[in-house]
Design a protein around this ligand. Structure first.
Ligand code: B16
Ligand code: MG
Length: 216
């Protein structure tokens, strides 16, 4: 039986993808090129340094590691300016209702985010206590699509992967959940999240009962 739900942060609980995009775009513009919103899809669920590598490749730029670290820090500074203004109003529609159903069903919860800023964001939106375990970018060595972030979440909750359902909006995140041996609910478009076991537009379109029925 399913014992735990594991949630991605960006794109599932809050929409910080738009802030990541704005900050990366500002960096690209300063380097003399532009990135589109469609290009940004490739950065979802991908770690900060890997995202920078993808962007630099797009601009045809090669740089030494120390310069890359400076650029990543600059982007993060801009991103933090945007994120620090977040409040509970930024929680995505349907999240509060879904979480109260999760609690009533007696399920455990974990956050599985590759973002090093995840604890700060949870604090800003007042959801730190909504999770029994928090796995963020500081606790993992491999980003999605590696399953490490979700396997660590399951381990901390003391449940097996087969007892977990993962909620993800990113292609890389869905792949991470599947590689971890978990049932994956993709939030977004079915054309893009083809590896997911179930796809819905957002948590607002789902009930816990429905997810449990389909995953068991
Ligand atoms: P940071 P998630 C991911 O979070 C984002 O989707 C991705 O775009 C970002 O590059 C990554 O976090 C690292 O974030 O720069 O804050 O450490 O989707 O796994 O919650
Ligand atoms: Mg995400």
């Amino acid at each position: 039986p399913i014992k735990a739900f594991l949630f991605d942060l960006d794109g599932v609980i809050v929409d910080t993808a738009i802030y990541h995009y704005q900050a990366w775009r500002r960096l690209a513009n300063e380097l003399g090129f532009d990135i589109s919103e469609q290009f940004n899809e490739r950065l979802k669920g991908v770690s900060r340094m890997e995202s920078l590598d993808i962007i630099l490749a797009q601009g045809g730029i090669t740089l030494p590691d120390d310069k890359k670290n400076d650029l990543a820090a600059q982007k993060n500074g801009w991103y933090l300016e945007l994120v620090s203004r977040m409040t509970s109003d930024d929680i995505l529609p349907g999240v509060a209702t879904f979480f109260s159903q999760v609690r009533k069903a007696g399920l455990k919860t974990a956050l599985g985010s590759v973002s090093k800023n995840a604890p700060l964001i949870l604090e800003r939106i007042g959801m730190t206590n909504a999770f029994d375990a928090i796995i963020d970018g500081t606790k993992i060595s491999k980003g999605k699509p590696d399953p490490e972030v979700f396997l660590k979440g399951a381990a901390e909750l003391e449940v097996s992967p087969a007892e977990c359902v993962v909620f993800e909006d990113a292609v890389a995140g869905v792949e991470a959940g599947k590689r971890g041996g978990m049932f994956v609910v993709g939030l977004g478009s079915p054309d893009m999240l083809i590896q997911a076991d179930l796809v819905a537009p957002s948590l607002a379109a789902l009930t816990v009962e429905e997810v449990l029925k389909k995953s068991e």
